[in-house]
Design a protein around this ligand. Structure first.
Ligand code: 13P
Ligand code: SF4
Length: 306
């Protein structure tokens, strides 16, 4: 039997030998983060995928993140470390439903959260992530915006851009939407001195009570800088563990046990190991039409958000 440390060392050796970069979303487990070349939120991962010069990329995250890497790097080999890792929000709006929605809002710019399929991105004007959505919508020439598929992030953006008109799709992240105002009351009762840090995918009844609202890396940066010593975390519960390791002098509490994303958790250190050995993971490949249409939408994100 190999120890976790021995497996990590073998991964580090193989990735150097094979000229592969490992990108990990901040929700991944600690043993995976330790072998990654870069850890970040969706926007940071997209930027890093373009900057890195290695020929291969292993994405430890969910499918739309690996697709985004491939779209931005068509000549590189990109693997999704565990092919089971989807994102229920990305799969809830298809092209036909979007086309019907667009007919209800003629003249609106269509802004797609990056948590969408590549096919859907081909029919949108620009992509956004949780950390870039406000800036990109502010920079868009069009003042009427159809925001899909997450109305919670959409409302968070709209509240900050009151001069723009927004329309929404009735979707959202089933994991973040499981946290409620009752959870906030309970957590604040148990930890009255703690600040509440929330992801904008949470319901407005949660984000409206938060001391800070931001992306996964935004939440982590805020907690590290803050002079406060206790924090209630309203995003995937892996962030509670990561922050606890990074700031042992502070205490972090989950807002709810329901804030657990099975898709993000399905990827393991052994998936990364097998991917590098050539007997695991899924190599990303997209039809040409989809690759080009989605690339336009993602490149606009980098232009307007940079
Ligand atoms: P971030 O952009 O904050 O990484 O969010 C991605 C995501 O899937 C959150 O649930
Ligand atoms: Fe998708 Fe929600 Fe999981 Fe993020 S937390 S990957 S939005 S299901």
């Amino acid at each position: 039997m190999m120890t976790v440390h021995e497996i990590q060392n073998e991964i580090l050796r193989m990735k150097r030998e094979k000229d592969v970069c490992i990108l990990a979303h901040a929700y991944q487990s600690q043993d995976v983060l330790e072998v990654a070349d870069y850890v970040g939120d969706s926007y940071g991962l997209s930027e890093q995928a373009v900057k890195d010069e290695r020929q291969g990329i292993i994405m430890c995250g969910v499918r739309f993140m690996a697709e985004t890497c491939k779209i931005l790097n068509p000549h590189k080999t990109v693997w999704l470390a565990n092919p089971l890792a989807g994102c229920p929000m990305a799969e809830q709006l298809d092209l036909a439903a979007l086309e019907a929605l667009k007919k209800q809002y003629p003249g609106y710019a269509v802004v797609a959260y990056i948590n969408t399929t590549s096919e859907l991105k081909t029919a949108c004007d620009v992509c956004v992530t949780s950390s870039s959505a406000v800036q990109i919508c502010a920079n868009l020439e069009n003042d009427s915006i159809l925001f899909v598929p997450d109305p919670n992030l959409g409302h968070f953006v709209a509240r900050q851009l009151p001069h723009k008109t927004f329309a929404f799709y009735d979707g959202g992240c089933p994991r973040h939407m499981a946290a409620t105002a009752a959870d906030v009351n309970k957590a604040r009762g148990a930890h009255p001195k703690a600040l509440l840090l929330a992801h904008p995918e949470c319901l407005p009844e949660v984000t409206s009570q938060a001391d800070y609202v931001g992306s996964t890396t935004g939440i982590m940066a805020y907690a590290k800088k803050s002079n406060a010593r206790q924090f209630i975390i309203a995003t995937e519960n892996s962030i509670v563990e990561h922050l606890s390791f990074e700031c042992p002098d502070k205490q972090f509490y989950p807002l709810s046990v329901a804030l657990s994303c099975m898709d993000m958790r399905v990827c393991t250190l052994m998936d990364v190991y097998h991917c590098l050995q050539g007997d695991g993971g899924e190599e990303m490949s997209l039809p040409e039409g989809i690759q080009e249409g989605a690339a336009r939408c993602l490149r606009r994100m980098v232009e307007l958000g940079g």
